[in-house]
Write a new protein. Structure first.
Length: 419
């Protein structure tokens, strides 16, 4: 169905906005689900150079920590721990055709090498650098690693909300949902952005640009049935803390944890994705372009087993090697555009020496498992050894993102959500 001749575009200002939270409210009506958030970004008055940038994988998406879609006080859909989730989604993007998008130079979406023309350039003021200049002077940013602007007229971004809210991805047209509200929570922690130590900003003070919501409203509202049901798959997240491994206690005897899920019980779960979100930034300041929330750290002799409804879900001992982690992920989702060394806790050279000068080693490992059943009881059995690097020794958060079946029902102007 085409909506091009029957909609009008609305630019909606926030009902409330500060550096922590923004809330939008929509008048009752029928809207297309292609809702966009524009002017998303941060400013720092001292950011007059290219040395303070958004993370490579996330861009301005790093700023959005949690998002919630309500009908009045009824929660329709939400997503939490968004930076970790969208970093993973970004790694599924292929580089295929990267030489075909030079026409995208001005909007910053290309894979070609780009730079900001001048220190105070406005958003989109990008130009392609000569490759030798880039190699010798390090003046360019790759892909979408854009500097944080010094004021609100400079760099900002756009987010399609259907990329993070499954309900909007499922439907083309939103029914007349009463008192529709969108609540956004922000992450302004300086450590989650890259402040280049070669020429750092001394004391960053980040402020959130006031965003605008862009929606398409149907001019001639279609007839809606008195009773309406919309099934969709919601992404929910549950967090489990893995404590620090000890030496010598866990040098050869694994640290074992058993995590009992609360979030996924009494629900139909399609699949679960597991990430190891670290508790600390990398030790070397120059490596922190790999920010904490865009990493998922590999562990030594890691073993994962899911116990679903009191039965082991995975054969044998479960996922017990980096190769199996990737195999299960590829079987459940799309392969990652990432070197295999990122999933290995350590790699060695031909002489057997541990390679320590590659900052990407061990910094991104992920797995996913198909369930496809109703879950009444779920446990995640986890174990690891004390590793050779700090990220494989320190405490971290095991993030479990699950796709669960939900149904939104409307009757007489009342909204109800069921699992």
């Amino acid at each position: 169905m085409s909506l091009s001749n029957s909609t009008k575009t609305l630019l909606i200002d926030p009902r409330s906005h500060n550096n922590t939270r923004t809330e939008f409210r929509l008048d009752d009506g029928v809207y297309a689900s292609s809702i966009k958030l524009v002017d998303v970004g941060l400013t720092d008055a001292t950011a007059l150079s290219k040395n303070f940038v958004y993370p490579t994988l996330n861009g301005v998406m790093q700023l959005i920590k949690n998002i919630y879609l309500y009908s009045d006080t009824t929660l329709i859909d939400s997503l939490q721990n968004i930076p970790q989730y969208t970093a993973l989604q970004g790694l599924k993007t292929s580089n295929q055709g990267s030489h075909l998008n030079r026409d995208l130079l001005l909007n910053g979406n290309g894979f070609t090498i780009q730079s900001v023309d001048s220190a105070n350039a406005r958003a989109g003021a990008l130009a392609q650098d000569d490759l030798s200049q880039v190699l010798n002077a390090d003046l360019a940013t790759l892909n979408n690693q854009i500097p944080i602007g010094a004021d609100e007229d400079q760099q900002s971004g756009t987010i399609m909300l259907s990329d993070i809210l499954s309900f909007l991805e499922t439907v083309q047209v939103l029914p007349r949902i009463p008192n529709l509200r969108l609540v956004i929570e922000y992450d302004r922690a300086v450590a989650n952005y890259f402040n280049d130590p070669a020429d750092p900003i001394a004391a960053p003070a980040l402020n959130v640009i006031r965003p605008t919501l862009v929606v398409e409203q149907l001019v001639n509202e279609p007839e809606m049935p008195d009773t309406l049901q919309i099934p969709f798959m919601q992404t929910i997240v549950e967090r489990f803390t893995v404590p620090a491994a000890e030496t010598p206690a866990n040098d050869s005897v694994p640290q074992r944890q058993s995590f009992k899920s609360q979030a996924f019980n009494q629900k139909f779960v399609r699949d679960i994705t597991l990430l190891n979100s670290p508790s600390a930034v990398l030790a070397a300041a120059g490596d922190r372009n790999l920010t904490r929330l865009t990493r998922s750290v590999a562990q030594k002799n890691e073993i994962i087993q899911l116990v679903v409804n009191n039965q082991n879900h995975l054969p044998d001992t479960g996922i017990d090697s980096p190769a199996k982690k990737l195999h299960y992920f590829n079987d459940t989702d799309r392969p990652l555009n990432l070197p295999l060394c990122a999933a290995m806790p350590t790699i060695k050279d031909a002489s057997g020496n541990i390679i320590v000068n590659d900052s990407l080693v061990g910094q991104y490992t992920v797995t996913a498992v198909k369930l496809g059943k109703r879950v009444d009881d779920l446990r995640i059995e986890y174990q690891r050894l004390y590793g050779d690097t700090a990220p494989s020794q320190e405490a971290f958060t095991l993030l479990a993102y699950g796709k669960v079946a939900r149904t939104m029902s409307m009757q007489g102007g009342r909204v109800r959500l069921d699992y």
